[in-house]
Design a protein around this ligand. Structure first.
Ligand SMILES: Cc1cc2nc3c(=O)[nH]c(=O)nc-3n(C[C@H](O)[C@H](O)[C@H](O)COP(=O)(O)OP(=O)(O)OC[C@H]3O[C@@H](n4cnc5c(N)ncnc54)[C@H](O)[C@@H]3O)c2cc1C
Length: 390
């Protein structure tokens, strides 16, 4: 498998990197601590064609490859982790599943504002009683004439406090086959966005409440039976999450390298201590290995959606390597790395969240084990045995 970049890809990567270094790096810490969504960055990225890279031209996007989008997100993340979230929202997040399955009218209604950096879409899968076991979601859509009435609630959505439109996973009937999704706009009667809460990574989320919220049929993205297709689209989101994790871990690694070259203790540069050299070697190895798994998943998916197994391996490796590197980098930088004016503590907080979001490390390991044994292992309790006497 060839992971070398083409000349065009290298030029594109260099262009985004130069921009990120020149325009974003200086305010990376400030942006990391700022409230709300970085709309100024979104507008700029829209002008540069960095939103909608993975969406086909005939669907209104840029028509680039998944590799291009990965290059863009990593080039930005290495200089300004918070700005990389904008590349995520514009290419890998709910927008990508939406663009994959939306009809022409839905695309025309929502895509222009999303790609112009004027609006952002949030995905509502998780519910108070349905986290890892997302297929237990209860938010119901019941047909009522030409419309649907939606009742239920969602929690923990990235960008849910700032989004204008939501891709909501809904139950149209029993079981996994009863799950589909709809597009629900902020301001729709019966849809209330609750107070904002803050994750430890600095992102805000808000609970979403639906009470007899009436939506037209035209807002249904995928009806009953759509769950598996939605999750296939969601694998793209997972790769964006993996790409940021490894890039943000690498950012912390680079900061720690620079620090270790100049910080002196006991009359020596601290990079001369073997105890620290081995930390660097371990971080480097894990980041490089994770990046290779990511590129393998992405390269194989360039002409379609990534496989569940490749995605699980890449996301697990990148999430764990990113967090490992950020944690070790912080340790190497001592109090300076732990201080809020330093980007490394932010890298640690960001990489930690991705080990939970979009499929926790444990759930990914379950998926990988299923691939190894080519068997599906139900996580649900065994059904009680019925005997002849009972
Ligand atoms: C930063 C961040 C962003 C998020 N963004 C979104 C978003 O945009 N949209 C959205 O809908 N949700 C979002 N979430 C929610 C996320 O999808 C859930 O947190 C995740 O699915 C885990 O669910 P839970 O937190 O309820 O944990 P639980 O499912 O309650 O799990 C608790 C623990 O048990 C483990 N566990 C559960 N089941 C098993 C099992 N079968 N085997 C082994 N271990 C198991 C889990 O790995 C975890 O460690 C986000 C979460 C975070 C942290």
């Amino acid at each position: 498998m060839d992971f070398d970049l083409t000349t065009d890809q290298q030029m594109f990567y260099d262009m985004v990197r130069r921009f990120a270094e020149k325009e974003l790096a200086a305010n990376a810490v400030e942006r990391a601590h700022a409230d709300g969504y970085p709309w100024d960055v979104a507008e700029k990225f829209a002008e540069m064609g960095l939103l909608g890279i993975t969406i086909a031209e005939n669907r209104g996007g840029i028509g680039g490859s998944l590799t291009d989008a990965i290059l863009a997100i990593q080039a930005v993340a290495e200089f300004c982790p918070r700005s990389a979230d904008v590349v995520q929202a514009g290419n890998f997040g709910a927008i990508r599943t939406f663009a994959e399955y939306a009809d022409d009218e839905q695309l025309a209604r929502f895509l222009p504002d999303l790609l112009a950096g004027r609006a952002v879409m949030s995905v509502g899968m998780s519910e108070p009683d349905a986290g890892s076991s997302v297929t237990e979601l209860k938010t119901m859509a019941v047909a009522d004439g030409d419309d649907f009435l939606v009742n239920g609630s969602k929690v923990y959505g990235t960008n849910s406090a700032e989004a204008d439109v939501f891709l909501i996973y809904l139950r149209f009937g029993p079981g996994t086959d009863g799950i589909g999704s709809a597009l629900i706009e902020k301001g729709t009667p019966g849809f209330e966005i609750g107070p904002s809460y803050r994750y430890m990574n600095g992102e805000d989320w808000a609970p979403l409440y639906f009470q007899d919220c009436r939506i037209p049929k035209a807002n249904i993205l995928l009806g009953a039976g759509g769950f598996k297709r939605q999750i296939s689209g969601f694998n793209i989101e997972r790769l964006g999450n993996a790409a940021r994790a490894v890039a943000v871990g690498r950012k912390a690694f680079i900061e720690a390298c620079e620090h270790a070259k100049t910080r002196r203790q006991f009359g020596r540069d601290i990079c001369e201590f073997q105890g620290l050299q081995w930390k660097f070697a371990e971080m480097h190895m894990r980041l490089e290995a994770a990046q290779l798994l990511l590129m393998r998943a992405v390269t194989k998916a360039d002409s379609g959606l990534p496989s569940a197994q490749d995605t699980a391996l890449a996301k697990l490796a990148c999430n764990e390597a990113g967090f490992y590197a950020a944690n070790e980098a912080l340790q190497i930088m001592g109090a300076q790395g732990f201080s809020e004016d330093n980007i490394v503590q932010y890298c640690l907080r960001r990489t930690r969240g991705w080990m939970i979001a979009g499929g926790s490390s444990e759930i990914l390991k379950n998926r990988i084990a299923e691939g190894i044994f080519e068997r599906r292992f139900s996580q649900r309790p065994p059904r009680p045995q019925t005997t002849k006497d009972s």
